[in-house]
Design a protein around this ligand. Structure first.
Ligand code: S3P
Length: 424
């Protein structure tokens, strides 16, 4: 479905509620499926990625019932059953990487596969450490499909070369079912939703800066209330900052410090952003955000900033085109391994509508403030975050743009356009 987006003539104003966090939703299904008994999940994401995880655990014999649009009841024996079909992860790297850790130590064999985009993404980052733990995985040159021969695992002390919550979570989940202690250390701390939710479900975990330790444990079923997704809120935060006369309140946003890099960057750029009513929900920090149109200044984004805002970088690059001066984003080479090569797709897409971005091996150099001219057709390369970034850009372009295959937004945020329409 092509989407034409036109410049808006007034600011974005009002109050919105941001939909459920994708990372936490995936984990709520996975971990509740491993816990013996009845779990209840409130505010579950109905993005296609999380629905892939739900279907996958149903194929593993877990009883999952949708109680209403965003609530699920899960009943599990605490054991997964032999699947009688290969397991489809769709477009979701989180599903494939975390499930490989869960499935490697089971007493049965399984196969994980995905769509065209996921089949191109690197799985070596999880296959190598899992093999060190004793796993047996056949792959297509370290890419999907992954044929997993279930076998007993043992703990390892793994130093990950990259800061990746998917790699860390994969190893921790394998460690939950391995003999001995499993330790993982990463160069910078990545999102810690796995650690928080496992602790909430009674698993003893030691978290010390960039190192996490786990051992064989049982999980207790729980009521899990999922926070709103700061990665989805990012499109509204940036839109309000760059569209004149905007003043928005965004409610119920997850504010886990491993995810709030975008808030720090907005402050670093001189933007108006305020946190209201901070609270805790199922172990996670949440709150409301107020954001207003601001004069922004370019800044540097690098090192330990990166894992705290990795998924927001496409829309942060757009924000930087509207900041005075130069923004340099570095240490983000992993952006090339996401749903698309986001360093190249973002540079080409935004430059085609008037931005001045220089592609770097590990990021971007962005010169602002540029007038976005628009008047182009943009491809999204099966990448939901490109589709949403271009939509926000289109609200500012002098001439309308056409976003091809806009339906990819459904991967994480089916309500995206409806919420934008409510504040235009
Ligand atoms: C995710 C971790 C991140 C992020 C992805 C979701 C997760 O990937 O890009 O969208 O839920 O653990 P990496 O940890 O591989 O950077």
């Amino acid at each position: 479905m092509d989407k034409v987006v036109k410049k808006i003539t007034k600011g974005l104003t009002g109050t919105i509620i941001i939909p459920p966090d994708k990372s936490i939703s995936h984990r709520s299904i996975m971990f509740s499926s491993l816990a013996k008994g009845r779990s209840l999940i409130n505010n579950f994401s109905n993005g296609a990625d999380c629905l892939s995880t739900m279907k996958l655990f149903q194929d593993l014999g877990v009883e999952i019932t949708q109680i209403n649009e965003h609530s699920l009841e899960i009943f599990s024996t605490g054991h997964l059953s032999v699947p009688n079909t290969p397991l489809n992860c769709g477009n979701s790297g989180t599903t494939m990487r975390l499930c490989s850790g869960i499935l490697a130590g089971q007493g049965f064999n399984s196969t994980l596969y995905g769509d065209e985009s996921l089949s191109k993404r690197p799985m070596k980052r999880v296959i190598l450490p899992l093999e060190q733990m004793g796993a047996k995985i056949n792959s297509n040159e370290y890419k999907a499909p992954l044929e997993i021969t279930g076998c007993p695992l043992h703990g390892i002390d793994y130093k990950s070369p990259i800061a990746s919550a998917q790699v860390k979570s994969c190893i921790l989940l394998a460690g939950l079912n391995a003999e001995g202690i499993t330790t993982i250390t990463e160069p910078y701390k990545s999102r810690n939703h796995t650690e928080i939710m496992l602790q909430y479900m009674g698993v003893p975990i030691e978290e010390n800066d960039c190192t996490v330790k786990i051992q064989k444990s049982e999980l207790e079923p729980k009521v899990i209330n999922i926070a709103g997704d700061i990665s989805s809120a990012a499109y509204f935060i940036v839109a309000a900052l760059i569209i004149p006369n905007s003043d928005l309140i965004i409610k119920n946003v997850g504010l886990n410090p491993t995810r709030t890099g975008i808030i720090d960057i907005v402050k670093r750029m001189g933007g108006f952003i305020e946190i209201l009513d901070e609270r805790i929900s199922s172990g996670e920090k949440i709150g409301d955000i107020r954001v207003k149109y601001s004069d922004l200044q370019g800044c540097n984004i690098k090192g330990d900033d990166i894992p705290r805002l990795i998924d927001e970088l496409p829309v942060i690059a757009l924000m930087a085109t509207q900041a005075t001066g130069t923004t340099v984003i570095s240490d983000a080479q992993d952006l090339r391994k996401k749903e698309s090569d986001r360093i190249s797709t973002v540079t080409n897409g935004l430059n085609s509508i008037g931005a001045e971005i220089e592609e770097q091996n590990d990021g971007f150099i962005i010169n602002g403030k540029t007038n976005l001219i628009g008047g182009k057709e943009l491809d999204v390369f099966h990448d939901h975050r490109l589709a949403m970034t271009y939509y926000v850009a289109g609200l500012l372009c002098d001439n309308e743009i056409l976003i091809k295959e806009f339906e990819w937004v459904k991967i994480s945020f089916p309500e995206f356009e409806k919420i934008f329409d409510s504040i235009k």
